[in-house]
Design a protein around this ligand. Structure first.
Ligand SMILES: [Zn+2]
Length: 119
């Protein structure tokens, strides 16, 4: 996060913390915070960034997000980070696939019924 970008987010949000809706006072530490958790959605656009108090508000939000991340990991959902890794070929999500040779043992086909077999 560059200083220019932080400033851009600040101006977009008019310096108001989106979590407690209180203006961040001069000297108060604040973060440009991902509204939709970056770890989950992987959305790093300006629209997804808002001003939040660093200490109380952002920390509480991050804790809540981490609970969702842990929950979704348990449920086997794909997080944004995993999706990016997979795109780069780290192959977290791979189908087992089928061997090109096909099944190794041929299933014997049923012999064609001979004339006179039928009753
Ligand atoms: Zn706040």
């Amino acid at each position: 996060m560059t200083k220019a970008r932080r400033l851009r987010i600040w101006e977009k949000e008019k310096g108001v913390c989106y979590l407690c809706e209180r203006k961040v006072l001069a000297g108060e530490p604040w973060d440009a915070e991902h509204v939709k958790a970056w770890t989950i959605y992987g959305d790093d656009s300006d629209e997804n960034l808002k001003v939040a108090h660093k200490e109380v508000c952002h920390k509480a939000k991050t804790d809540a997000d981490m609970k969702i991340v842990h929950k979704s990991n348990r449920q086997g959902l794909v997080t944004g980070q995993q999706a990016r890794l997979a795109k780069r070929g780290h192959g977290l999500i791979q189908s087992r696939g089928f061997s090109k040779d096909g099944p190794k043992q041929k299933i014997p086909s049923r012999p064609w019924p001979k004339k006179g077999d039928r009753t």
